[in-house]
Ligand binder design. Structure first.
Ligand code: PMV
Length: 328
């Protein structure tokens, strides 16, 4: 008899972005990154071991993943099996609470939920810090989704050095909101894995890496003091700096659509009118607008009315957790 273990994990939005890997593999980030784990955009993943299956069986949503995604998940399961010194193959079922192709990175919540469910299913009892390292092997940003609230992923040249820590729990700043503006539902053409690899080709990378320590410190303080203006200004700066690196890589990566710029401009107009909103953008065209509960209705209403985009409002959420264990 085996176990089916189900875990849930929230996506996250980074205020200081992770962009660029060390060359030795294992998703070792070049810079520290800081994010907020989200409450509503959640992946739920069940892992069940099979004594008899000759290969892993993976279902994402209703369907089998494409070849690239399947290899990435199998490679991740191989690392968990090595760690646990076990050989059984696994059945993996995973669903997202947020619509596919809505521009929310599912790799962070996906690999965080998989890391928790798979390590428990294979009999490992990892401490939180080790779990963040394990999730990082699937996707760098997944390390941050292991923990709730406000989280920092430390960079490092070795596997042991690159792990995530919680800066503050989700209860620290419950009024903070991330309004996700869906500019386009298209799948992105260039994955972040490829982007991390070519970041080195940008002439802007060195300048970005020099600027990050003091920006990260401003963001840590802004979180500690719950200071939206300080957080938002630094997060906007960091998003623009990351996208400058992307645009100046070889080949160039331009994730923005015309609608991305429309949201940026509207956010700046709102600020002039004293509506507190700040933007950040991941590796895609969609925009995350940082605001507070107090300004949310106004910000959401203006973006929907003026630009016609769909939005999803989210808030600080808990870390990855086991939600069910049953004998199978
Ligand atoms: O974890 P990855 O490889 O999908 O990289 C995440 C990259 C960004 O979302 C653009 C930035 C971040 O820190 O989340």
């Amino acid at each position: 008899m085996g176990y089916a273990v189900t875990a849930e994990a929230g996506a996250n939005i980074a205020f200081v972005k992770y962009w660029g890997n060390r060359r030795q593999g294992k998703n070792l980030p070049l810079n520290p990154s800081i994010s907020m784990t989200l409450a509503s955009c959640v992946t739920r993943t069940t892992v069940e071991l099979s004594e008899t299956a000759g290969q892993d069986h993976i279902i994402l949503g209703e369907t089998s993943p494409g070849e690239k995604a399947r290899h990435r998940i199998e490679a991740f399961l191989d690392q968990v099996r090595t760690l646990a010194a076990r050989e059984e193959r696994a059945r993996v079922f995973s669903t997202n609470s947020f619509p596919g192709g809505c521009g929310i990175a599912s790799s962070a919540s996906g690999f965080a939920a998989l890391a928790v469910a798979a390590t428990v299913a294979y009999g490992l009892n990892l401490k939180a810090r080790d779990l963040t390292r394990a999730a990082r092997l699937g996707s760098g940003s997944a390390a941050r989704s292991i923990l709730g609230g406000f989280v920092e992923l430390k960079p490092g040249a070795r596997h042991e050095d690159a792990y995530a820590v919680q800066l503050e729990p989700e209860s620290h700043w419950p009024e903070l909101r991330d309004l996700i503006v869906i500019v386009s539902e298209q799948e992105k053409e260039v994955s972040s894995a490829e982007g991390h690899r070519i970041a080195h080709t940008s002439e802007m990378l060195a300048g970005r890496l020099d600027a990050i320590p003091s920006r990260a410190e401003r963001i840590r303080q802004a979180i500690e003091q719950r200071d939206l203006a300080r957080l938002g200004e630094a997060a906007e700066e960091d998003a623009l700096s990351m996208h400058a690196v992307m645009m100046t890589s070889t080949p160039p990566l331009l994730y923005w659509h015309p609608g991305t710029l429309d949201v940026i401009r509207l956010v700046w107009t709102m600020r002039k009118e004293n509506v507190k909103a700040y933007f950040t953008i991941d590796a895609g065209p969609n925009v995350h607008v940082l605001t507070t509960e107090e300004h949310l209705t106004e910000v959401e209403g203006r973006i929907r009315r003026r630009l016609g985009f769909q939005t999803i409002a989210d808030r600080p959420g808990p870390g990855a957790r086991i939600v069910e264990r049953r004998a199978s």
